[in-house]
Design a protein around this ligand. Structure first.
Ligand SMILES: Nc1ncnc2c1ncn2[C@@H]1O[C@H](COP(=O)(O)OP(=O)(O)O)[C@@H](O)[C@H]1O
Ligand SMILES: [Mg+2]
Length: 237
């Protein structure tokens, strides 16, 4: 076995899903390597396997075959306890529909993953407050998700993803449910996080304008990476 490289090293990952009597090959042998500090986008038609791939890389789902190394640790066959620990410490997830806990305030949502951490590196409420302030939500600490706009909810979700300062941030269509202005703000936040912390980011998106803000673009078609391209250099002012 050769040693793994990068923050993400996925090798020959397949995923078969059963839908009634039908067996669907959602992933058909994906190889993907992402270096520390890189920002990579994944594009592709609906149903091409983008969310399945991100879920497997993030340890939310397991592959049918293949290997997934995160920060050098093979996660695809770990037990639930160890996997939960790795998700909590190493991976931040951002979803299209925010997935905040509706009964908790913004502050409590962000503090939760810190409270769950095995080795607590931060004081939960103090860290949550600082992150929310950094994301421009210092005046919304005690609001519940229903009392926030979509863009604000997504920024709370980003703060939650950053709670334990993970080296890896995975975002599945994070702007898909936002107006373009809030979407642009979310993208700006991702760039800022990366610049400040060296966070590795994988971004799934439908929007070519967002995809090309990354260092590399992977195109997933029918469960395979069919293309890898570099975005045209943009003059971002
Ligand atoms: N829980 C599931 N059970 C059965 N099939 C699924 C399930 N989730 C996704 N699929 C199928 O797997 C394929 C890939 O889905 P997905 O990863 O969600 O694609 P994308 O995110 O690119 O739209 C699709 O054909 C989809 O219908
Ligand atoms: Mg999807």
């Amino acid at each position: 076995m050769t040693s793994s490289q990068g923050v993400i090293d996925a090798r020959q990952v397949t995923k078969k899903l059963r839908l009634g009597k039908l067996e669907i090959a959602a992933l058909r042998g994906v190889n993907m390597c992402v270096e520390a500090g890189e920002m990579v986008s994944i594009v592709g038609p609906s149903g091409s396997g983008k969310s399945t791939l991100l879920g497997i890389i993030g340890g939310l789902d397991t592959p049918t075959s293949g290997e997934v190394y995160i920060d050098g640790v093979e996660i695809s066959r770990l037990g639930e306890d160890k996997l939960t620990e790795i998700r909590n410490e190493k991976i931040g997830f951002i979803f299209q529909f925010f997935n905040l806990i509706p009964t908790l305030t913004a502050l409590e949502n962000v503090a939760l993953p810190i409270e769950f951490a095995n080795q607590r590196r931060y004081k939960p409420k103090k860290r949550a407050k600082a992150l929310l302030q950094q994301l421009g939500l210092g005046d919304r600490l005690n609001h519940r998700p229903s009392e926030l706009s979509g863009g604000q909810q997504q920024r709370v979700a980003i703060a939650r993803a950053l709670a334990n300062n993970p080296p890896l941030l995975l975002a599945d269509e994070p702007t898909g449910n936002l107006d373009s202005e809030s979407g642009a703000m979310v993208m700006e936040t991702l760039h800022q996080i990366r610049a400040e912390n060296g966070t590795t980011i994988v971004l799934v998106t439908h929007d070519p304008n967002l995809a090309k803000q990354a260092d590399r673009i992977l195109t997933l078609i029918d469960g395979r990476i069919e293309q890898e391209s570099l975005p045209e250099k943009l003059a971002i002012g």
